[in-house]
Design a protein around this ligand. Structure first.
Ligand code: ASP
Length: 313
């Protein structure tokens, strides 16, 4: 099996001013995941490796740069799934760590539980040696501006999340298939600007934000969380593939089906177990990238596929 990794940097009404930063961040992330796979890393290690740089990059709504809840705080969520044994790890309501995805990975490996939240996630992370950071250090100027815009004009649950919010969108995710044919998926987010304190979205919920099964493939989603979780979007795509649809048709059908039924937008990235790619979004934009045959394929606009040599630089 030729290893492959695909990443996304969030679906929504991404303003023009954020397009370049997101595309640059996509390339950094997909390279990090691909290098891991090329060095013999597992799909599980590769999806974490791809997500970590995006959690550090304020162009994305994950880790540093996460959007703020109504009290002006960061509350992050992440999930990761291993397709070989369907094992999962997820965290929610995380406030004091830069890399929720790494804590989720540790939950998968070390905890008898699947999803830890709030105080419990914090205790687990501290016990596992993750360094806490001051919660304010995760707040970017763009996120403050996005909350301010939301408080002035916002309507939580609007179709195009992030409209006119400079830092409003940018959940991140990665899907990989490694040389041994194992599938893994990771997704990480700060949620939605102006969310209620304690709101939990789709991202940490397995089957909504994330799903991986070695027998079928893997999916990471982004977009309007309350809609994605009602539709179990990631698992809906997996089920369509199990029924015989190819990765791209399944992704398109489920994302459009969710939008038709619930009148909110989303996007998803998908790999089949054979490394076939699916990318679709019903929002205005979604940044994505994958590596194949020594080329990076990437895009952010509807119908757009750009490419560059992997060895450029
Ligand atoms: N799905 C995320 C949430 O609702 C937001 C996003 O993907 O932009 O928490």
């Amino acid at each position: 099996m030729k290893p492959i990794v695909i990443v996304h940097g969030g679906a929504g009404d991404i303003p023009d001013s954020r397009v370049k930063g997101k595309l640059d961040g996509m390339k950094v992330a997909v390279r990090a995941g691909y290098e891991c796979l090329m060095n013999g890393g597992s799909a599980l290690d590769a999806v974490e490796a791809a997500v970590v740089p995006m959690e550090k990059d304020e162009n994305f709504n994950a880790g540093y740069g996460s959007v703020l809840n109504l009290r002006g705080e960061v509350e992050m969520e992440a999930s990761i799934m291993r397709g070989s044994d369907l094992n999962v790890g997820a965290v929610t309501l995380v406030k004091e760590f830069l890399h929720p995805i790494s804590i989720a990975h540790k939950v998968l490996i070390k905890s008898p539980h699947s999803l830890l939240g709030g105080e419990g996630a914090k205790l687990f992370a501290l016990k596992e040696g993750f360094p806490p950071v001051p919660p304010e250090s995760l707040i970017s100027e763009h996120a403050k501006q996005a909350l301010k815009n939301f408080l002035e004009h916002g309507d939580f649950g609007r179709t195009e999340i992030g409209s006119s919010d400079e830092g409003g969108v940018g959940t991140v995710g990665a899907v990989a298939v490694d040389a041994n044919g194992h599938v893994a998926v990771a997704t990480s987010t700060g949620g939605m600007s102006g969310k209620a304190v304690g709101r939990i979205g789709d991202t940490p919920q397995i089957g909504s934000g994330t799903y991986a099964d070695d027998n079928i493939g893997g999916v990471s989603t982004t977009g309007h969380g309350e809609s994605i979780l009602k539709y179990c979007l990631a698992h809906s795509i997996i089920k369509l593939m199990e029924g015989g649809l190819d990765a791209n048709t399944a992704t398109t059908k489920a994302v459009n089906g969710m939008t038709a039924r619930l009148n909110n937008t989303a996007g998803a990235i998908t790999l089949s177990k054979d490394g076939e790619v699916g990318v679709h979004f019903s929002s205005k934009r979604m940044s994505w990238a994958y590596v194949k045959d020594n080329k990076i394929f990437y895009g952010i606009e509807q119908g757009e596929t750009l490419e560059e040599d992997y060895n450029k630089n």
